[in-house]
Design a protein around this ligand. Structure first.
Ligand SMILES: *Cc1c(COP(=O)(O)O)cnc(C)c1O
Length: 487
């Protein structure tokens, strides 16, 4: 496929603007001084509207998205996002709102509606998680983690606690240790046993230096840690705070609340659990909830209600950790989550989790004939297989399987993560795939397992149906070429 620069022809235009109706003299006045003007016109692509439309449509067809097919990328929750939430985000009263609009003017509304969305979404998330207060500011899960660890640090500083360690299980998402380290803590890894953080090892590693524990429950191997109550109790006895990575909340909504499990700080990934298309770096939102004793440290500004029922942004919180994001956070994402939660209601959200767990267990059982499951017990919303036996028997790796799945019309699962499973294939079907789609995935995985034995070379060659085959992914990530090379 050609780049848009290659199809560019001088003078071609996709739009023609009417002549300016602005007063000539005004135009002259506002003209840039000569020294600030370009010597040459900018080298922008010049194409007709039809070329423009075709170019980007073709580009989009080279991509794989949730709107194209099943996308079982474990931990990322690539579920189908209903389009009505996009309509909500596009309502002109919200989409056209400027963040510097006065919150209230002479009793008029102006930003009151947006503030109310944030305020009510905070209330809904409090009900879902059992937390006492929320901030909508953080712009992604990882940003929520950093915010949460800063809250942890603020709490300990305020109490005069000198603590330097954060405990993280070995199955953790990479952002957990990274967030703790960026916030200035030393990270200590706790080993797992049977796929979940080992409470015995945990208690041995716990001491008065531990500021907090970061956990995902269910974790990245899709298992719920049944020792969570005793882990939280031991942590609290050592005055360590329990941090809940809520990326997997889609497994337990309506069934368990992080606050009831003993967690003090929670981040949610609105883009994963509550319907915002994501991938490629955004957009997202990572609101953070806390229990009462951490409320005062939440970032400013906070949306609060005056006695007359109007809402305002309160910056007057002396113990706050300060700013983590400008204005309202990623308001559009919050708006979609709000619409999604209201549309589904409590029962609907519970069904989301139940169906997500059912789908993962269906795949665990159906794929179990031909694929080695990492932990042979009931899973939550995702299930991890290992291609270790396929490597040993046929020289076919998790990477080969992922590439072959692309040819079969599926987005690959997450591979080589979690690190605790060798040759990991981590599958998260989500609640939005039909039984037929799950069966199609089972059939494709079955064919790939058979091919591993009969024709492993064909799997090494995959993918063959894509514009490019195997890429040097490390090089592409480390040294991206983002500019059209000079002719
Ligand atoms: C996705 C994910 C994160 C990070 O969230 P982002 O929104 O991508 O920053 C953290 N932990 C787990 C378990 C995740 O799956």
């Amino acid at each position: 496929m050609k780049t848009i620069y290659e199809i560019s022809r001088p003078g071609r235009r996709a739009a023609s603007l009417p002549c300016s109706r602005v007063d000539e003299s005004f135009c002259q006045m506002s003209q840039l001084p000569p020294e600030l003007r370009r010597a040459q016109p900018a080298e922008l692509p010049e194409v007709a509207e039809v070329d423009l439309v075709r170019h980007y449509t073709l580009l989009s067809r080279m991509n794989f998205g949730v709107d194209v097919g099943t996308y079982p990328l474990g931990s990322c929750t690539m579920k189908y996002n209903p389009k009505f939430t996009e309509q909500a985000a596009r309502l002109p009263g919200f989409a056209g709102l400027h963040p510097l609009l006065p919150q209230l003017r002479r009793g008029g509304l102006l930003a009151q509606g947006a503030l109310r969305v944030i305020h009510e979404l905070e209330d809904l998330l409090k009900q879902i998680t059992g937390m006492d207060a929320f901030t909508m500011q953080p712009l992604a899960g990882a940003h929520g983690e950093l915010t949460g660890i800063m809250l942890m640090a603020a709490y300990h500083n305020d109490k005069g606690n000198q603590k330097s360690l954060v405990l993280v299980p070995d199955s953790a998402h990479g952002t957990n240790p990274a967030s703790a380290a960026i916030a200035g803590y030393e990270v200590v890894t706790v080993p797992s046993k049977g796929g979940v953080m080992d409470p015995v090892a945990f208690k041995e590693m716990l001491n008065d230096q531990v500021a907090g524990v970061m956990m995902t429950n269910p974790n990245t191997v899709g298992l719920f840690n049944p020792y969570i109550a005793e882990i939280a109790e031991a942590a609290h006895q050592a005055d360590a705070l329990m941090y809940y990575d809520g990326a997997n909340l889609n497994a337990i909504m309506g069934m368990a609340k992080p606050a009831d499990l003993g967690f003090d700080i929670v981040h949610l990934n609105l883009h994963k659990t509550f319907a915002t298309p994501h991938g490629g770096g955004g957009p997202g939102a990572g609101p953070v909830g806390v229990v009462e004793r951490l409320r005062d440290y939440l970032p400013i500004s906070r949306v609060e209600m005056r006695p007359d029922g109007t809402l305002f942004l309160n910056y007057d919180h002396p113990k706050s950790i300060g700013y983590v994001a400008p204005f309202y956070g990623n308001f559009g994402v919050c708006l979609k989550a709000f619409a999604y939660i209201l549309a589904l209601g409590g029962e609907g959200l519970k069904e989301v989790s139940q169906d997500a767990v059912l789908a993962a267990n269906y795949l665990r059982v159906k794929l179990g004939d031909k694929w080695q499951v990492a932990f042979d017990k009931t899973c939550m919303h995702e299930v991890v297989f290992s291609a270790e036996d396929k490597v040993a028997d046929h020289g076919v790796s998790a990477l080969d399987v992922a590439k072959a799945l692309i040819d079969a019309g599926f987005h690959p699962p997450t591979i080589y993560f979690p690190l605790v499973v060798k040759e990991a294939l981590m599958i998260e079907p989500t609640e939005t795939e039909s039984l037929e789609n799950l069966d199609a995935l089972v059939a494709a995985m079955g064919r790939i397992a058979d091919m591993a034995a009969s024709d492993p070379e064909a799997l090494h060659a995959a993918p063959v149906s894509t514009p490019v085959g195997r890429l040097d992914e490390v090089n592409a990530a480390r040294h991206p070429v983002l500019q059209e090379p000079e002719a």
